[in-house]
Design a protein. Structure first.
Length: 55
């Protein structure tokens, strides 16, 4: 256990808030990467279907 007199509560609160902000940022980045991956897949499917029609 952390003794309340050894670490200021404000510092702990600020650290937790910063951690939550970082997690939210990472989640946002992960979602963007996922979206880009989906776009690439969609593009390849379109390219593939065009090739199939042309052939």
């Amino acid at each position: 256990m952390i003794k309340s007199d050894s670490v200021p509560v404000d510092e702990v609160t600020a650290a937790v808030k910063a951690l939550h902000a970082n997690v939210a940022t990472l989640r946002g980045l992960a979602q963007q990467v996922s979206d880009i991956g989906d776009d690439i897949q969609d593009t390849w499917q379109v390219v593939g279907s065009d090739d199939a029609m042309a052939g």
